[in-house]
Each structure stands twice: as structure tokens, then as C-alpha cells.
Design a protein around this ligand. Sequence first.
Ligand SMILES: NC(=O)c1ccc[n+]([C@@H]2O[C@H](COP(=O)([O-])OP(=O)(O)OC[C@H]3O[C@@H](n4cnc5c(N)ncnc54)[C@H](OP(=O)(O)O)[C@@H]3O)[C@@H](O)[C@H]2O)c1
Length: 322
Amino acid sequence: MFAVYADQFSKDDPLSALQVGERPDPDVPDGWTTVTVKAASLNHHDLFSLRGVGLREEALPMILGCDAAGLDEDGNEVVVHAVISDPSWTGDETFDPKRSLLSERHQGTFADQVAVPRRNVVPKPASLSFEEAACLPTAWLTAYRMLFTRGELRAGETVLVQGAGGGVATAAIVLGRAAGLRVLVTSRDEAKRARALELGAHDAFESGARLPMKVDAVIETVGRATWSHSIRSLRPGGRIVTSGTTSGPNLDDAELTRIFFLQLSVIGSTMGTRDELAGLVSMLDATGARPLVDRTLPMTEARDGFAAMLGGEQFGKIVFTR
Ligand SMILES: NC(=O)c1ccc[n+]([C@@H]2O[C@H](COP(=O)([O-])OP(=O)(O)OC[C@H]3O[C@@H](n4cnc5c(N)ncnc54)[C@H](OP(=O)(O)O)[C@@H]3O)[C@@H](O)[C@H]2O)c1
């Protein structure tokens, strides 16, 4: 079958490790099913894989891609959940120490077909296109869990989203607004601040600027560059939900004094569960909120999509179609 895959790693020139061609049809273990891929979307994770981060040499060649939407074996429209837990695991799969993401241990979604555990298939409502649905399983699911499960944000509360241009951040803006939150954002870039306002943010500020009000929670994926500002922006008893460190994980000042004195909560969050993905899909169906698609390319032109992400050209998701 047609597939986009890695057969080597290159730290410095990830595109040189990218292959577009033919791979064998998927192996389908007991309890698994195949999905015929109609659309799949690109993540930083796929570029990391080409650099050899999070992927073992023994696993090569590996079909890339975590996110997909397509048709199940009965022709139903579905979204693929990317977190694969151990068959013996029960409960929240993000807590399974043996979990992996599609394209780490099991072949990924940039192909004609992908095999997944039966449980990892979520019905897609007709109101969402395959392209829109394919944007949801990683960045959007991460934002959903950060806001509503780990952050426990409720309509009427105020949230600060740091780094407005990021994949998780843009999802948090759209979902936060759709859920009745007051959404404040920061970005270093004026054009990105303007785009964030178009997406639904109530107010946009330069990174590090003093805010006119204290917030109930911060959605933090930037790390070192914004951590201190995030802590200083919280009301007493507020919470900071962190899922990433784009600018680096090592802090100049962890602001421990403020954390204990103002009784702040620091909450880690990673990916999401199958049921949260079903909740996210249902929320988009009910509210009309939609993921932001930067561009759609045929999967045969995947290399152009990878190059655009490498150059930091996109605002929103890059989607491949079959
Ligand atoms: N734990 C999980 O499940 C999970 C899932 C998805 C992603 N992640 C992680 O989350 C992070 C964000 O990923 P992403 O793809 O959403 O976004 P991203 O493209 O990595 O960028 C996030 C934002 O960080 C801001 N930024 C970068 N360097 C900065 C600096 N020096 N100072 C201030 N702001 C800076 C930029 O905002 P502006 O340009 O607007 O200022 C950028 O838009 C990554 O670390 C990723 O690995 C984790």
C-alpha cells in the first residue's frame, strides 16, 4: 500500500530520512481492526520521529502519522484515537506506563490503511469533514484534556493561553471560547495576536505583558520563556496546566514562593483518553467550533507539508488526504 515513512534518522536534515512509497499492508492482531485513511494530519511529533526522537532504530521502517480519520471495515466514518495502551491495561490509558502513540511502536496513519485496537475507533459525525476530524486526535485532544479534565475549567472562568500560534494553543483558544470561558492569549508576534482574536480570544497581549486581571488558569506549552509570567498571572488558588516546553524545560525561576504562598496548583497533562476524544468530537458537533486547517495536500505530496512545518510556515494544521 502507499505510505509515508521513515527508514533512517537524521538529526540535522530530517527531510532526508523521509520516504514516500510502498509498504506492506498492516498486520491486524486479534482484537484490532483496520481503518481506510481518508485524511491524516501532521504533528511536530512526525518531525521528531525523523530526527530519531521517541522512535527506536529497531522499529524502522516506520510509517509516520498519529492523527487520522477514515472508514472502518463496515464503511462507517470514524476518527482514530492515537494512544495505544497495553491490552492488559484498564482505566485512563494516559496513565499506562506501557502506552505508546501510533508511529512509535505500531505503524502510523500516513498510509492507505492503519491497524488499531477496536476500542481506538470513535464515530465521526457527518457535520465534521474527514479533514477536520483528522486534526483532532493529538493537539486538539491535548488541549481538551488540559482545559476540561486536568484544568477543570468551567464556563465563566478566565484562562490565559500562552504562545498563541502553537497547535495546542490555537485549539485551546477555540475550545475555551466555545465552552464559555474568557480567553486571554499572549504571543510575541503581532500577526499571531490578530489571528488569535479572529479565532475567538477576547484579548491578546505581547508575551510577558502585565494583564489587566488575574486569571483562574493558564494553559502552558511554552515552558521556560513564559513560566514566570504564567505563575504571576494567576489569582490566589489558581492553576497552571502544563503539557509542553517549546522554549525549553529548565526554568530560571520556578516561582516556588508564589506557588506556596498563593496556594497555586501546578498540573501536568498528556494527550487524552478515547472517551475524551469522543467528548471533543461531540463538542465540535454541538457547538460548530472547528479546527483551523492551514493547508490540505494530497498525501503523495507529504514532503511539502513536512517542509512547511520545518520552516515554521503554518498557522493551524497541515492535512494530507487520500
Ligand atoms: N504532552 C502532550 O500530550 C503534548 C501534545 C502536543 C504537544 N505537546 C508539546 O507542547 C508544546 C507545544 O507544541 P505545539 O505544537 O502546540 O506548539 P509549537 O509550534 O511548538 O509552539 C508553541 C508556541 O510557543 C511559543 N514560543 C516558542 N518559543 C518561544 C519563546 N522563546 N518565547 C515565547 N514564546 C515562545 C510560540 O508562540 P508565539 O510565537 O505566538 O509567541 C509558539 O507558537 C511542544 O513542546 C510539544 O512537544 C505535548
